[in-house]
Design a protein around this ligand. Structure first.
Ligand code: CP
Ligand code: NVA
Length: 300
């Protein structure tokens, strides 16, 4: 494993290895055991979109691993003034030990990896959010004791989260049902792959998707960069809400996860969110543990 650009680049075994290491690092962290695996290493963190969890969890994670993290805002870097990714990659590779990047185009992340000579970690693009799904899988395994055979229902937009959940969940032996309005389906190639694996269903009925689910997942209706479509999307996604009626058809003890930030009373009711707050905020915390595992695997 040289980079983390998207989950489809990883084997099932590599994903499980990351989750196992994430559990170990979390356990050591809770016990106050120091683990300076990345002493003297520096991670650059490029952000051309907002972030709370990703920025703080990577920065604190690097610190806990004995290394250093640099916040590099896209507006302040010369890429904001048109310097090509290809040049940025070659320059930053000479100073840093790894780069985490959050941006719009997946192609920019792939280019960074192609032209740079250090590990690149995708901290979210319009196409996928692999770090989030590693934390999600860690959380599901923590609460359910297993991954294999569980059903995850994703209710909402076929966005970066849906794309990564399909790949990540299926690779660890889960099945995935996506409920989205027509025209808001996940990436066509990922859907094709999921169907070929025999583990994916796509429907425009939220109740059908949630039937017998062990994990219910949702995300905002308008992602970063789609703020201008918020009004249209609010209409299109009417009925695609995680609420009591939807939860009543899931398996008993079903979990609810949300990558956050959440828009209460849009994609999820405040009631359901608060009833599952222990799962959702453990999920947020696990961003740090899962990413520390990725950092150790890539940078050590
Ligand atoms: N879930 C997530 O990636 O959160 P941030 O946008 O706050 O980083
Ligand atoms: N789909 C959301 C996820 C945020 C973590 C977005 O891209 O804005």
């Amino acid at each position: 494993m040289k980079h983390l650009l998207k989950l489809s680049d990883l084997s099932s075994e590599q994903i499980i290895e990351i989750l196992d290491l994430a559990d170990t690092l979390k356990d050591e962290n809770k016990k106050g055991i120091e683990h300076h695996h990345l002493k003297g290493k520096t991670l650059g963190m490029i952000f051309t979109k907002a972030s709370t969890r990703t920025r703080v969890s990577f920065e604190v994670g690097m610190y806990q691993l004995g290394g250093n993290a640099l916040f590099l805002s896209g507006n302040d870097l010369q890429i904001g003034r048109g310097e090509p990714i290809e040049d940025t990659a070659r320059v930053l590779s000479r100073f840093l030990d790894g780069i985490m990047i959050r941006t719009f185009k997946q192609d920019d992340v792939e280019k960074l990896a192609e032209y740079g000579s250090i590990p690149i970690i995708n901290g979210l693009t319009d196409y996928c959010h692999p770090c989030q799904v590693l934390a999600d899988l860690q959380t599901i395994r923590e609460f359910k004791g297993k991954l294999e055979g569980l059903k995850l229902a994703f209710i909402g937009d076929g966005n970066n989260m849906a794309n990564s959940l399909i790949v990540g969940c299926i690779k660890v032996g889960m099945s995935v049902a996506i409920a989205c309005p027509k025209g808001y389906e996940p990436d066509a190639d990922i859907v094709k792959w999921g169907y070929a694996e025999g583990k994916l269903t796509i429907t425009d009925s939220p109740l059908e998707a949630a039937q017998g689910a062990d994990v219910v997942y949702t995300d905002v209706w308008a992602s970063m960069g789609q703020e201008g479509e918020a009004q249209i999307r609010r209409k299109a996604f009417e009925g695609f809400q995680v609420n009591d009626a939807l939860m009543s058809v899931t398996n008993p003890g079903a979990m609810v996860l949300h990558c956050l930030p959440a828009h209460r009373e849009e994609e999820i009711t405040a009631k359901v969110l608060e009833e599952h707050a222990n799962e959702i905020f453990e999920e947020a915390e696990n961003r740090m543990h899962a990413q520390k595992a990725v950092l150790v695997k890539l940078l050590k």
